[in-house]
Design a protein around this ligand. Structure first.
Ligand code: ADP
Ligand code: MG
Length: 463
């Protein structure tokens, strides 16, 4: 498909402008031509072109000056410089200032000019595509993990670092903080991503079955072993094993696991034959393994094998700024799933969600939002839609005595509303003001003015 782009041409030579008019007709691009560079500058002030083509020598403003102005205002706009005598010096200055290409006049053939233009436009298209991808990414979070707080940003950068290494990773944190999500992200970003990730829930396997689950067995190894069976470690070969609730691995198994990790080989129960395995271990625990070591319930040597790198996920109550972002994310997910058109949360609901202690962390928040979406009959989730144990500590505002002046109370409410609204909006657009202004239906300059009132909101969205 041929897209039509906006192209701006400035050249004091009328015959050159005629060429670009013709190119416009031929290619279907919207070409605006100016013999007067000042007019071209005015055009730049009011509208962003996809591609600018400037003659280097013009009376009044030179092409290099226009190039600078255009790049300053629109860093992603591509610029091609036309020059009569293409001196090396001109070329270097132009490229240094960000020009994409140089073409020499008189034009040897029209097709060369068109190709140079198409190449520049292709680059522009790619840049746009990448920034679009980045925006959708920030809505979906980092590999599906949502969180804007510094604590979570740190987790994301650790994930990136460990993903490319092959070291064992131990993820710690309370139940529901996203440990499994992080394990999956590491696997997905690692070179093992095309091999399986095998989760093993160590608290769900009985001690007697543990060994055969991990290492497999051969026919007749024990009563009930009717067939040869592959163990989970063998299934995970070339991939990743996720040892969930690693603190619950029985001591007798810990010894065998340690051996398997050290020797990189296993033996099926009942067999003498060793099998080479190449797996990466990621484990998770909500228990304090160092304490279990002291109590003699976890082997220290295994601990150090599994815990080469530790990632700690803070509980949700320690990163309250993420609550609303997560809640909005789940609201979107479940209202789509349940085919409901729910726009957001009432202000009291936001206050409750942000102040509740979330002992079950994100899992509890997700359940609460799913349930609220089921209950909700209007376009906003209200206090009554929340599970009772979450809303019960809440005092409705009208039982409080008013001590504040109307004007102050109103200003406070507006500021708090604006702050939430813009934080969510900018988070959604990844800090892109133009997109935000489209969604909000306010023009860009007004939005920028409003945002000046909340510098931390804007700053956060750019981090
Ligand atoms: N940061 C996050 N962003 C989005 N969803 C999350 C996040 N953390 C956890 N979840 C969701 O919460 C639930 C519990 O996460 P999980 O990884 O199973 O927690 P844990 O293993 O720590 O108990 C899952 O449904 C998961 O998708
Ligand atoms: Mg879990």
């Amino acid at each position: 498909m041929n897209m039509s782009y906006r192209i701006l041409v400035a050249d004091d030579d009328e015959s050159i402008l005629a060429v670009f008019r013709a190119i416009g007709k031929k290619t279907g691009h919207i070409v605006s031509v100016y013999a007067d560079p000042r007019k071209a500058l005015e055009h730049i002030q009011s509208e962003e072109p996809d591609l600018c083509i400037f003659d280097i020598n013009m009376p009044g403003i030179t092409g290099l000056e226009l190039l600078k102005k255009a790049k300053e205002k629109y860093p992603e706009t591509e610029v091609i410089i036309i020059s009569g005598v293409a001196t090396v010096e001109n070329a270097i200055t132009a490229i240094k200032e960000g020009a994409y290409d140089l073409i020499q006049k008189p034009f040897a053939n029209l097709q060369l000019v068109i190709s140079a233009m198409e190449r520049a436009l292709e680059k522009r298209r790619l840049v746009k595509e990448i920034s679009r991808l980045r925006e959708t990414d920030s809505e979906k979070g980092f590999c599906g993990i949502i969180g804007n707080t510094p604590a979570m940003q740190k987790v994301f950068s650790t994930i990136e670092t460990v993903a490319i290494s092959d070291s064992s990773v131990m993820i710690t944190g309370e139940s529901g903080t996203g440990k499994e999500l992080v394990a999956r992200a590491i696997h997905k970003m690692s070179s093992r991503k095309n091999s399986p990730l095998v989760p093993i829930n160590c608290s769900a396997i009985t001690e007697t079955l543990f060994e055969s689950e991990l290492f497999g067995h051969i026919k007749g190894a024990f009563t009930g072993a009717f067939d040869n069976k592959k163990g989970l470690l063998e299934y995970a070969n070339n991939g990743t094993v996720f040892l969930d609730e690693a603190g619950d691995i029985p001591l007798s198994i810990q010894v065998k696991l340690l051996r398997a990790i050290q020797e990189r080989e296993i033996r099926r129960v009942g067999s003498n034959e060793t099998i080479r395995i190449d797996v990466r271990f990621i484990s998770a625990t909500n228990r304090d393994l160092r304490q279990l070591i002291k109590e003699g319930r976890f082997r220290e040597d295994l601990f150090y094998r599994l815990n080469v790198i530790e990632i700690n996920l803070p509980p949700l109550r320690e990163r309250r700024e993420d609550i609303l972002i997560l809640a909005s994310h789940f609201l979107g997910k479940y209202s789509t799933k349940q085919n409901k058109d729910i726009k957001g949360f009432s202000p009291e609901t936001v206050a409750i969600l942000e102040n509740y202690s979330w002992p079950g962390n994100i899992r509890e928040l997700e359940n609460a939002i799913e349930r609220s979406v089921v209950m909700c009959r209007g376009s906003l989730i209200t206090v009554h839609d929340l599970p009772a144990h979450i809303s019960k500590g809440y005092q409705p505002a009208n039982t409080e005595r008013i001590t504040e002046k109307y004007r102050d109370a109103r200003r406070r409410m507006i500021e708090s509303f604006e702050k939430n609204y813009f934080a969510q909006l900018l988070n959604q657009t990844g800090g892109n003001i133009s997109r935000a202004s489209e969604i909000a239906g306010i023009d860009r300059s007004n939005l920028a003015k409003l945002l000046k009132k909340y510098p931390d909101v804007y700053k956060k969205s750019r981090e």
